[in-house]
Design a protein around this ligand. Structure first.
Ligand code: ADP
Ligand code: 5GP
Length: 225
């Protein structure tokens, strides 16, 4: 296997974790990097499964020791991808999937231009708000300010979509999973997935992508008008 690095970013609540979980049941040979974070575990999260939960002090020690491929502060907490995750995937002969925010993604794209970047969008701000609220209710968190912070963050992050090679809209889950699978397989050389994957290229700027961006009040760059 080629050892492809896939970067996946999405505004919180877009359904990235749901998509990635399904993708991993459909596609073999994908290793998933477990990030370090200083935020507290949420819901049923376990140390070493969703994240390595750590202290700010330990995180800063790792930054100083150059242990991270990238790191960023997101919503007041540190998050980082350990260089060790790359070595681990390579040793296993697998491709590696990074679930990281746009700040981290830009760092990785700069260091590793051959990385394949995918941005996941929710269908509209209204649906994003609904998904954030549903998830909070399921986790028994009722802090409205967290939801508003994440919605505002989403509007900012979405501006970066053109820096990514692919963008997909998580409207109907099965369709989004099929598109993500097609991108991974096409990047591995499976030409049968070419048309579905190419439809998601940001430089193709599909009508679906343009519609979502305009729902978020985002202007299209000149070259896509
Ligand atoms: P993220 O990882 O991007 O923060 P999650 O995967 O936790 O988002 O999804 C946020 C919420 O939206 C969850 O309650 C999830 O079940 C729901 N969800 C995800 N994808 C869809 C979809 N395509 N349609 C409807 N609900 C979805
Ligand atoms: P959450 O707290 O909801 O799990 O994640 C918040 C944000 O942090 C998401 O956008 C997620 O992609 C991002 N994130 C998770 N791990 C990393 C990481 O290692 N590096 C960076 N830069 N962002 C991360």
């Amino acid at each position: 296997m080629a050892g492809i690095l896939f970067i996946i970013s999405a505004p919180s609540g877009s359904g990235k974790s749901t998509l990635v979980t399904q993708l991993r049941t459909l596609v073999e040979g994908l290793d998933f990097s477990i990030s370090y974070t200083t935020r507290a575990p949420r819901g049923s999260e376990e140390n070493g499964r969703e994240y390595y939960f750590t202290t700010r002090q330990e995180f800063e020690r790792m930054v100083a020791a150059d242990d991270f491929l990238e790191w960023a502060e997101v919503f007041g907490n540190y998050y980082g991808t350990a260089v060790a995750a790359l070595h681990h995937a390579k040793d296993l002969g697998k491709d590696l999937l990074l679930d990281i925010d746009v700040q981290g993604a830009l760092q990785v794209m700069k260091k590793t231009p051959q990385a394949v970047s995918i941005f996941i969008l929710p269908p509209s701000p209204q649906i994003l708000e609904k998904r954030l609220k549903n998830r909070s209710a399921a986790e028994k968190v009722t802090d409205e300010s967290i939801i508003q912070k994440r919605l505002a963050g989403a509007r900012n992050e979405i501006k970066q979509v053109w820096d990514y090679k692919y963008a997909l809209v998580n409207d109907v889950l099965e369709n989004a999973v099929a598109e993500m699978r097609a991108i991974v397989l096409f990047e591995r050389g499976d030409s049968e997935c070419e048309s579905l994957a190419n439809g998601c290229r940001t430089d193709a700027a599909s009508l679906k992508l343009k519609t979502v961006l305009s729902a978020f009040g985002e202007d299209l760059p000149d070259f896509h008008r």
